[in-house]
Design a protein around this ligand. Structure first.
Ligand SMILES: C[S@@+](CC[C@H](N)C(=O)[O-])C[C@H]1O[C@@H](n2cnc3c(N)ncnc32)[C@H](O)[C@@H]1O
Length: 263
């Protein structure tokens, strides 16, 4: 056997098999998300498959957390960014275990990219509302049934890089808690590979916490399916009052120390 046919057999054939299998799983997930959550998916679109992973992860988390939602909810997505996954999040909240009325709000700083993306979303007649600015200025006490925080875990260094203010977790989470209703759900999603899920230590009254198992093989297809990632993430859902102040203080010290060493 020459080197070329050995390489072909060893790597290329295996890669093709994995890609075909991953594609089958993704197509299956897309069909399910379209049917169950009323979302229309047009491929190719680099946002749709990651957004389907988000729905899949939320579905598992809401199921294991035995979460029951009332017929009308108000939801805040803290740090929504360009909100590429908003139609999917809205679809999930509206249709998960029966139809309900959902008022979905996001908050982030008003960059040109965020504003352009939101205009596009609103053209699609999606019922979304965005507050522009710092969450600490959002004076909405006891308003929300659910608060999402996805990929929001950041120490002083990353906040500086993003150009956003750094708040100690005890201050930030206590403020978030005050925005929610007394039994508000707090849904946090963090990159597991970067160890960001250490932030989950700051929360008590947890209903569920787990690592979202890969649906597709990372080996070859990650560049296709994982570009904007909800893949290989961890998720934690707590119910208010969810802030563990002592754990927050310990976490703050660790993250600030780590930042000082690394940057
Ligand atoms: C990594 S992005 C996550 C975007 C999106 N949630 C996702 O999962 O793809 C974090 C976002 O949080 C926003 N952010 C950070 N601190 C904030 C604050 N104090 N008030 C409002 N937005 C904030 C940043 O501007 C940034 O867009």
């Amino acid at each position: 056997m020459n080197l070329r046919s050995w390489f072909q057999r060893r790597y290329v054939n295996e890669m093709v098999k994995v890609l075909i299998e991953d594609d089958r799983k993704c197509q299956e997930l897309i069909r399910r998300v379209e049917a169950d959550y009323g979302v229309k998916i047009k491929l190719p679109d680099s946002n749709s498959i990651p957004s389907c992973f988000l729905v899949d992860m939320l579905e598992r988390a809401f199921t294991t957390g035995k979460i029951v939602l009332p017929p009308k909810i108000t939801v805040l997505d803290f740090g929504c960014g360009d909100w590429f996954y908003a139609p999917f999040l809205l679809g999930f909240l509206k249709h998960w275990q029966g139809f309900r009325e959902v008022c979905l709000e996001g908050i982030d700083f008003p960059s040109r990219k965020n504003k352009r993306s939101l205009r596009r979303l609103q053209k699609g007649e999606l019922d979304l509302r965005v507050h522009w600015g710092d969450i600490m200025n959002l004076s909405q006490e006891n308003k929300y049934d659910i608060i999402f925080a996805s990929h929001m875990v950041a120490g002083p260094h990353h906040c500086k890089m993003w150009g956003v203010p750094y708040y100690k977790p005890s201050i930030l989470f206590s403020y978030l808690q005050s925005l929610g209703k007394p039994d508000c759900l707090f849904v946090v999603i963090a990159y597991e590979y970067a160890g960001e899920d250490a932030i989950f230590r700051c929360f008590k009254s947890k209903l569920t916490e787990f690592f979202y198992q890969p649906l597709v093989e990372k080996k070859f297809s990650s560049f296709l399916y994982n570009r904007r990632g909800f893949h290989d993430n961890s998720i934690c859902i707590s119910r208010s009052p969810f802030v563990d102040l002592e754990a927050c203080t310990r976490y703050e010290e660790e993250i600030e120390e780590m930042d000082a060493i690394l940057y």
